[in-house]
Design a protein. Sequence first.
Length: 223
Amino acid sequence: MSAAKTPARVVVLISGSGSNLQALIDGKQQGELPIEIAAVISNRPDVQGLVRAETAGIPALVLDHKQYSDRLEFDTALISLIDSYQPDLVVLAGFMRILTADFTQHYAGRMLNIHPSLLPKYQGLHTHQRVLEAGDKEHGVTVHFVTAELDGGPAAIQAKIAVLQNDDAQSLAKRVQQQEHIIYPLAVKWFAEGRLTMHEGRVFLDDELLPASGHLIVGEEAL
């Protein structure tokens, strides 16, 4: 009888409410995610995500970027703090910092981010409003591996929803967030199981090359 596989060690980086962090905590507690959340680190003090971590008994740490003279100094300190927990995977869950190339290279192939658009569309901020202004018929969310390009790493999984006639930015954000809480735990699960990998800038699931959009899930409201 083979020994049980050790859960993947995950460090989660946040800057705010931590709703995607909660989705990972719930998945772990329900036995659906073969992970150990070793630490949650926020660059902002007094955010709800830290309370979520503490409630779940997870080390909740603050590394305030305002205490550092520049981006490089902060990222160097952040690498040191993350590595002290020896993670297999770093998960960016609403971490609102632009990361240096040295940082992204250090965690190449073992750092995931979630972005509320169907990348490569609408990198950056205000994605829901930009979708409405463009008159797009569909919208969604992407989990991708992190590279030095902002929101530009190769996609692992996308969820797609329809833009409804009465949608505004708030309603779109709410429905997209529902999909976030489905696909982020799924991507983390695949990574923890050794099924999701990145090699030479390309993403593989079960050793099969994924398309540029990653694995696609159509949300309940999608066309």
